[in-house]
Design a protein around this ligand. Structure first.
Ligand code: 3PG
Length: 212
């Protein structure tokens, strides 16, 4: 009998890279998500770093077919409930506290908690999780750290995020314990300010081809 994959792992398999996007407005969010989906990157992390974030998630869920929108920078139990209510398909956090882990479990929300050490990883395993954001990936040890985790934690998969660039992305994606990577380079400030949605679509298409 095969064991079913965890819901978060199944979601993350849809694309090699998750764009980490901080929305300035609802209108911008719908355009950005549409461009990313057209470019082949349907799994999007919308960070809760602006007042528009929850409404942006709602608007993407309603208006962008094919988008798998998650909420990022989820820091506490109240935000876990708020993003689930907004329709987010999953949540992401930079770290993991015991209260946050309990809220994830209580809300049945597919979740990618951040870890940077073996002890944080073990706390996540104790909470029943098997897939983590490795954050901040480059400052916390990069590919060498992921490779070191593979020995004692063969059952774990990671989405490294933080400091990864198009140039270093292939090295991360080549790690057997990496399911996908995250990065903000797909939604650069300049392109957002210019409303250059075709350029964002182009960036997404080039990035999606990293794991063709
Ligand atoms: C974040 O939460 O800001 C992400 O880790 C993005 O990191 P990056 O800007 O280095 O891609």
């Amino acid at each position: 009998m095969s064991v079913a994959e965890s819901p978060i792992r199944a979601l993350l398999r849809h694309a090699p890279v998750i764009p980490v996007y901080t929305p300035a407005s609802i209108e911008e969010a719908v355009q950005v998500a549409s461009a990313l989906v057209r470019g082949g990157l349907p799994v999007i992390e919308v960070t809760l770093r602006t007042p528009a974030a929850l409404d942006a998630i709602r608007a993407i869920v309603r208006n962008v077919p094919g988008a798998i929108v998650g909420a990022g920078t989820v820091l506490d139990a109240a935000q876990v409930e708020a993003v689930r209510a907004a329709g987010a398909a999953f949540g992401v956090s930079p770290g993991a506290t015991s209260r946050l882990l309990a809220a994830i479990k209580a809300n049945h929300l597919p979740f990618l908690p951040g870890i940077a050490t073996a002890s944080e990883l073990m706390a996540g395993l104790e909470a029943g999780l098997d897939t983590f954001k490795f954050f901040p990936a480059v400052p916390a040890g990069g590919v060498a750290m992921l490779s070191s985790f593979a020995g004692p934690f063969p059952q774990v998969k990671f989405c490294p995020t933080g400091g990864i660039s198009p140039a270093t992305a292939p090295d991360f994606l080549a790690q057997p314990n990496v399911i996908c990577i995250g990065g903000s380079w797909l939604t650069p400030k300049g392109l957002l300010e210019q409303h250059d949605w075709p350029a964002i679509e182009h960036l997404a298409r080039a990035t999606a081809a990293l794991r063709a």
